[in-house]
Design a protein around this ligand. Structure first.
Ligand SMILES: [Zn+2]
Length: 87
């Protein structure tokens, strides 16, 4: 049997990629917004390529706010940027 690769759409460039290639950001059931390195945390999730350009696009279009239906704090963007630069 062929294993199906889970694909997710990046909120920056809009391309679908392998889930494990993307960074997941979630809004937890308690309403906390955080990055989810495990990809398993409960909550509404949004995905971003490991590409600073996609993060910039997402910031400009407020895609993350829309995807998570909440205001994403500046710390989260800073955290994402740090993570992307570390790649
Ligand atoms: Zn992207």
């Amino acid at each position: 049997m062929i294993k199906k690769i889970p694909m997710r759409r990046c909120i920056g460039c809009g391309e679908s990629k392998e889930k494990k290639m993307l960074i997941r950001v979630i809004r937890s059931p308690e309403g906390r917004i955080m990055t989810d390195p495990t990809g398993r945390a409960a909550g509404r999730g949004a995905y971003l390529c490991r590409d600073p350009e996609c993060l910039r696009k997402a910031v400009r279009r407020k895609s993350l706010n829309k995807a998570l239906r909440d205001n994403v704090p500046a710390e989260i963007y800073a955290e994402l940027e740090k993570e992307l630069r570390a790649e």
